[in-house]
Write a protein that binds this ligand. Sequence first.
Ligand code: ATP
Ligand code: 3PG
Length: 400
Amino acid sequence: MRTIDDLQVAGHRVLVRCDLNVPLDRTGDTPRITDDGRVRASLPTITALLDRGARVIVTSHLGRPKGEPDAKYSLEPVAARLAELLGRPVTFAGDGSGDIAGAHARKVVAALGDGEVALLENLRFHPGETSKDAAVRAAFADELAALAEFYVGDAFGAVHRAHASVVDVPKHLPHAAGSLVLAELDVLRRLSSDPARPYAVVLGGSKVSDKLGVIRALLPKVDALLVGGGMCFTFLAALGHGVGASLLEADMIDTCSALLAEGGDRIVLPTDVVVADRFAADAATATVAADAIPDGWLGLDIGPASTAAFAARLAGAATVFWNGPMGVFELAPFAEGTRGVAEAIAAGPGFSVVGGGDSAAAVRTLGIPDAGFSHISTGGGASLEYLEGKALPGLAALDV
Ligand SMILES: Nc1ncnc2c1ncn2[C@@H]1O[C@H](COP(=O)(O)OP(=O)(O)OP(=O)(O)O)[C@@H](O)[C@H]1O
Ligand SMILES: O=C(O)[C@H](O)COP(=O)(O)O
């Protein structure tokens, strides 16, 4: 494995694959980044390369455009934020086309001096980035590789994607793993191998089916698995409770029953739920027992008794991993479960890791200081797949 210390980058062009996939608020005249955590987390590698006199070409995806330009997903606002945080100009290489690494980008890159930086437009404007056809991906990777003399992989949040910029470009250039990737891996290794006990995992978010793999993999290793968020209702249904109009993945009920049988009292479900008559901030709300959700009502947060019970389990944990909000934290009446759990983790003495784009955004938008957590991961799916024990193509490509 090579790190950026092993590359002689002074005076050379270095393509750095970052994950600058940040949440944007598009309600105003110009898009606003609501959580710049991923941009901040990318700074150490970019700064280190610039300080060594490299000519840095940063590249990333944003959202899921469909292989063609879509102004809504332009990285231009991210270029502006990156420049502010770096304290130096960032040339944005987008020209409104899907020709991400074509003539315009080549011109921008050729004009870079030592210690200067450019950001390419959203990689997913080009069909080659995510193509399942290896030849199509390879052709795009050739174009990207032609822009630079070195490649640094630092997009931890995208290492579970076998995309051109993640797995194909490093085949063509001398490459190294960036410091964010290495820092994230250190933390995940610590969670995977012999975590200090008691080890508590908190899972929430919207879909059980997305997190089944990680539940299965973690169940034998944890002392408590606390389940909240939209996914808890499929577990409550597996216990035979009615869940009203709450999120339910009916085809997962049997699987949840099997997990409950296997996990026994290590799986902790909410005992009360905040319900609403519709999905809106000004809906009528009530707190009800988890086995008494009225027909037609939606469970949108765990209730105060559940939050207190989860907090009590977390207070005694020596290791905590949290992925997925406990409720619809974006709407104030349903943010308290997430806030309570986040505060309990932050106040606890143990080694605590937050993984997942929405969970990290929740921590910051609820104003809970980052300092309360040992690590806030930039990877959602990537962290979960690592903890599931899956091989991550972006790590293999960097020989880590
Ligand atoms: N009870 C609920 N009903 C419906 N949606 C819910 C509920 N609880 C939480 N959510 C929603 O789940 C979403 C987050 O789920 P997700 O599984 O994507 O989380 P994550 O893993 O932290 O994020 P990411 O996948 O971006 O890394 C939030 O937008 C939140 O509003
Ligand atoms: O947000 C993420 O988890 C990463 O940026 C990967 O994005 P993707 O799920 O759209 O590939």
